[in-house]
Design a protein around this ligand. Structure first.
Ligand SMILES: Cc1ncc(C[n+]2csc(CCOP(=O)(O)OP(=O)(O)O)c2C)c(N)n1
Ligand code: SF4
Ligand SMILES: [Mg+2]
Length: 246
C-alpha cells in the first residue's frame, strides 16, 4: 500500500502531550514539514520560550535552545548572530510574546534580526490555566476575567502583526489560521516564505498562526474551531501585512 502521509523525520516518533484537538501539534507538524522540504533539519536551531510551546522540546529532533518566558527573541538574536548560516526560529505563545515578552519582540523586529518568529495565538494563557492574555477578546471569559474581558479595565485585544508591520525593518509579516485544511496549506506556505526570506539573508520575518485552546476555552475540539471562525478570526484578520522583496 502506498503511504501518502508520513511523520516528518525531524519529529520524535511519540504521542504528543498536547490536549486532544490542540492546534499546537498541527503547527509543529507543518513547521517540521517545511524544515524538511527546505532540507534544513541539520541546519536549524529552534528557540523555545515558556508556555505550551515549550513542549516542543520533547517532540523536535533538531537543535534547540530554551529561554526564559518572553525572552526567545533576545536569545534568538544571540544564536543567529553567532551562527549566521543556520535557519533560526522561535515558536512563541501570545502570553509569552505579547505580554511578558512585548519589549523583546518589538525590539528584535525593529532591529531587523535575520530570523523567523512563529507566533501561536490562542488568545489565552494556556499552560497556566486560562488567564487573560493581551490577545484575549473583548467579552471573552478567562480565569482572570470571569465576567468577560472589559476593555475599560484591561484594554483591547492586541494585534501583533499590525503592530510589527508598522516598523521599518521587518520583511515579511503575515497571519494565518489552522482551523481548516485550506487555511493550514496557506499557513504552511507562509512559514516556507518566511524561512526562505531568512535563508536569503532578508531579515526579520513574523508569522502568526491562529490556534485554539479547547481545554481553557471550555469547548470540545470541534466547537473550538467554530469559535475561531466566529469569534477570534474576525478580531484578528488573516492576511499578509508586509512582504518586502529581498
Ligand atoms: C517569568 C515567568 N513568569 C510567569 C511564568 C508562568 N507562565 C508559564 S506559561 C505562561 C503563559 C503562557 O501562555 P502563552 O504564551 O499564551 O502560551 P500557551 O500556553 O497559551 O500556548 C505563564 C504566565 C513563568 N513560567 N515565568
Ligand atoms: S492547555 Fe490549551 S494550548 Fe496548552 S496543550 Fe492544552 S489545549 Fe493546547
Ligand atoms: Mg496562549
Amino acid at each position: 500500500m502506498e503511504q501518502l502521509y508520513k511523520r516528518p523525520k525531524c519529529i520524535q516518533p511519540m504521542q504528543s502531550g498536547y490536549c486532544p484537538g490542540c492546534l499546537h501539534s498541527l503547527a509543529t507538524r507543518i513547521t517540521a514539514e517545511v524544515v524538511e522540504e527546505l532540507e534544513q533539519q541539520n541546519n536549524c536551531i529552534l528557540v523555545l520560550p515558556v508556555g505550551c510551546s515549550t513542549m516542543g522540546l520533547l517532540y523536535w529532533k533538531i537543535d534547540m535552545v530554551g529561554s526564559a518566558h518572553g525572552r526567545a527573541p533576545a536569545v534568538a538574536t544571540g544564536v543567529k548572530r553567532c551562527s549566521k548560516n543556520s535557519l533560526v526560529f522561535t515558536y512563541q505563545g501570545d502570553g509569552d510574546l505579547a505580554a511578558i515578552g512585548l519589549a523583546e519582540i518589538l525590539s528584535a523586529a525593529n532591529r531587523g534580526e535575520n530570523y523567523t518568529v512563529l507566533f501561536a495565538n490562542n488568545s489565552i494563557y494556556g499552560m497556566t490555566g486560562g488567564q487573560m492574555a493581551p490577545t484575549t477578546l473583548e467579552g471573552q471569559k478567562s480565569t482572570t476575567t470571569q465576567k468577560g474581558r472589559d476593555p475599560l479595565t484591561t484594554g483591547y485585544p492586541m494585534r501583533m502583526c499590525e503592530l510589527i508591520a508598522t516598523l521599518d525593518a521587518p520583511k515579511y509579516v503575515a497571519r494565518f489560521s489552522l482551523h481548516d485544511p485550506a487555511n493550514v496549506r496557506k499557513a504552511k506556505a507562509g512559514i516556507k516564505k518566511a524561512f526562505e526570506t531568512q535563508l536569503a539573508g532578508g531579515g526579520f520575518t513574523f508569522v502568526e498562526l491562529m490556534i485554539n485552546c479547547p481545554t481553557n476555552w471550555g469547548l470540545t475540539p470541534l466547537d473550538s474551531l467554530t469559535y475561531m471562525v466566529e469569534n477570534t478570526i474576525p478580531v484578528f484578520p488573516l492576511g499578509v501585512y508586509k512582504d518586502v522583496e529581498v
